[in-house]
Design a protein around this ligand. Structure first.
Ligand code: 13P
Length: 335
């Protein structure tokens, strides 16, 4: 077993998943403003340290994706944040893309940037303790989108990123996110997600990426958020499994879904059903941002000194998702 394969499997072992706490400063400012907390480096750190030092980390969180600011910060006890995460039994990871920018040639779409100087930045993150990384490609669905140009160029960038990350002995999380915004049907989502993922693997293979040493972070197959034709959770699970079984090579050890704007319960319920029906060889787990943090953030914002109360809410959400990653969740466990 390669070292990278071992890291990937450890992150997702025993119902563990990933906490995506890698919101850029701009995104975190939006989240904090939403709950009336000033977005200062100190406040961003207090919230994140509260989660990273919660007991739920040890049982339920195999990896934490950090943002550049956080990986370089120290905890209130003067401990480096990657060290705190490792001590809790979890692996520190880092978002290394520099964001999605307008795609020249198709200005309604985005291309993710960050390849220039990446090899050097990766060395720095590795030395700071990172074991894995993340890069997110983003695609919107409408009549003519995602275009061939967006599918090809984002897949190329994801593959170049992954090859560089593995060269630096870290596990790349490959995140092609087909957005749920819009009124498209679940069938459209299925088709576009399938096209996007297949192209990603074509490029990953071309760039000689070891597929046993990556984690795929896809969206679930859902009808668009403003679609009138919503589908049941059972259908979401069936379509998601079918899509991934037909587009992801079997060497890939694990799939960790993004929550993408689903509510906390919806993201847990869908993951649970996916695992109940999963006949593939893939571990199916979570790499949630909003669906792990939303309630905790709302509670914390009322009293940012209430560490215990905030951690209790986070621990619960992490536990619910960990059960869902094993197909053992049920609604009556929710409080
Ligand atoms: P959400 O789960 O909030 O979609 O965030 C996951 C993520 O990392 C997006 O890149």
């Amino acid at each position: 077993m390669s070292e990278l394969n071992k890291i990937a499997l450890k992150i997702l072992e025993k119902g563990k998943g990933i906490l995506a706490a890698d919101e850029s400063t701009a995104t975190m400012t939006k989240r904090l403003s939403g709950v009336n907390v000033p977005s200062t480096p100190e406040n961003r750190l207090i919230f994140r340290e509260t989660l990273f030092s919660a007991t739920g980390m040890t049982e339920c969180i195999g990896g934490v994706i950090l943002y550049d600011e956080t990986i370089k910060q120290e905890s209130s006890k003067k401990k480096k944040i990657p060290e705190l995460i490792s001590q809790m039994g979890s692996a520190p990871g880092i978002k290394v893309d520099t964001g999605a920018k307008i795609l020249a040639g198709s200005p309604d779409e985005k291309i993710t940037e960050g390849l220039d100087g990446l090899r050097e930045r990766l060395k720095e993150y590795y030395n700071l303790g990172a074991k894995f990384t993340k890069w997110r490609g983003v695609y919107n669905i409408s009549k003519n989108y995602p275009s061939k140009l967006s599918i090809e160029s984002n897949a190329h960038a994801l593959a170049r990123y992954s090859a560089l990350v593995q060269e630096c002995d870290m596990v790349p999380i490959v995140e092609p996110e087909v957005l749920m915004d819009g009124d498209h049907s679940a069938t459209d989502c299925y088709q576009k997600t399938s096209d996007v993922i297949k192209k990603c693997f074509e490029q990953l293979i071309l760039h000689k990426v070891d597929l046993k040493g990556i984690i795929l972070k896809p969206n679930m197959i859902l009808a668009g958020s403003s679609s009138k034709n919503k589908i049941s959770n059972q259908e979401v699970a069936k379509l998601t499994l079918d899509c991934l079984e037909n587009s992801v090579p079997s060497e890939v050890p694990g799939i960790a879904f993004l929550s993408g704007g689903q509510s906390e319960i919806e993201a847990t319920e869908n993951l649970n059903l996916i695992n109940k029906l999963n006949k593939t060889s893939f571990i199916m787990s979570y790499s949630y941002g909003r669906a792990l943090q939303q309630s905790a953030l709302r509670f914390w914002s009322k009293d940012i000194k209430n560490i215990d109360g905030t951690q209790k809410i986070f621990n619960h959400r992490a536990k619910m998702n960990s059960l869902a990653a094993q197909g053992k969740w049920s609604k009556d466990l929710e409080i």
